[in-house]
Design a protein around this ligand. Sequence first.
Ligand SMILES: Cc1cc2nc3c(=O)[nH]c(=O)nc-3n(C[C@H](O)[C@H](O)[C@H](O)COP(=O)(O)OP(=O)(O)OC[C@H]3O[C@@H](n4cnc5c(N)ncnc54)[C@H](O)[C@@H]3O)c2cc1C
Length: 364
Amino acid sequence: MSAERTADVAVVGGGIVGLACAWELRRRGLRVSLIERGRPARESTWAAAGIIAAHHYGAGPGPLFDLLRRSLAAYPDFLEQVGADAVGWCADGILAVARNAEDVAELTSRVSWLTAAAYPAELLTPWELRALEPSCTGPVETAALFPADASLDPRPLAAALEQAVRSAGVEVLTDSPATSIQVTGSRAVGVGLADGPVAAPTVVLAAGAWCAGLAPGFRLPVRPCKGQMCAVRAEGPRRAINYPEGVIVSRADGRVVLGATQEDVGFDAHIDADAIRRVHGDAAALVPGLTDAEIVETWMGFRPQSADGFPVIGPTPVQGLVVATGHFTKGIALAPVTAEFVADFVCDGRHDPLLAPLGPTRFH
Ligand SMILES: Cc1cc2nc3c(=O)[nH]c(=O)nc-3n(C[C@H](O)[C@H](O)[C@H](O)COP(=O)(O)OP(=O)(O)OC[C@H]3O[C@@H](n4cnc5c(N)ncnc54)[C@H](O)[C@@H]3O)c2cc1C
């Protein structure tokens, strides 16, 4: 029992978002406690493919693109600062493919608006695609290269970030589920834990898909979106490849990661062999060399998805309580900018205009 625990900031949730926020807040001189229900980065962060891109299927220009672009630009410095030098950072760009008329229209339109926004993007013929990635011999109508996009392996990144957070002096409480955000009047005063609270005048709620249940007295509509993936041992493409049904990302250790489903089934953590077969089959249709590759790992994660699909970052109706969640399919990509904005707000009361449409109060 440690009733006396205090911090300047208590961060709830040790996924990539909570870890990045804790690290940035500590870097700016605050005493930080990070409260994690289990072990850090074993939920959605563990499951992620690791695409670091400023756009995605069906997206258009807008605040999310601006935020992603800023985070992508910050990534190399972020990796250096946290000492994450072995994360398979691949900055050779990302490919996307379209295999039917609807997807060709989407990809063509995406390349067009990205180009107008001065974001590097170029359409490729199937032959140009194969010249870049000879393993992509499956049928493709058209493709695109996004040279500014990158990919990495989120697992070593999260491990490096956890190490950086600990070395910087953040108190990391593992196996410590937060039972409540403690509020006095309309002010956050700490976080309730089974063995006594952590008292803190500022709380950052970064518990991913589990945030809704911890929001004290206001609506935080974030739910899980289940994603199942698998890894095969094979010779994969050098660059990550995106397609409407999923993604193919080669890892430095010789595995190729294939994903992912998007399922609205609550917190059902069951891994379904049929879903994994579909994920594998979709990827093998594009890269036939993956067809007979042995599946060496299957896993799933719960993406935190808000009611409108956009991140939820910023101050709440409870004074001193800041939320950082709802990153959905983009939490790895958005971690650096989320941490920067949360720390700007907590340390200096600064609220970047980019965040204006993304605050939690939009749901009230
Ligand atoms: C299959 C899949 C593929 C993905 N691919 C990509 C990708 O390529 N690129 C990309 O940018 N993003 C991707 N994502 C999305 C990305 O993984 C998430 O957006 C990101 O990990 C969210 O991070 P988080 O820290 O908010 O949540 P999480 O990583 O889920 O972390 C939340 C943490 O909070 C903890 N927690 C929960 N409740 C409590 C409590 N009561 N007390 C204390 N701790 C608590 C949990 O244990 C967990 O550690 C993918 C996700 C999935 C599932």
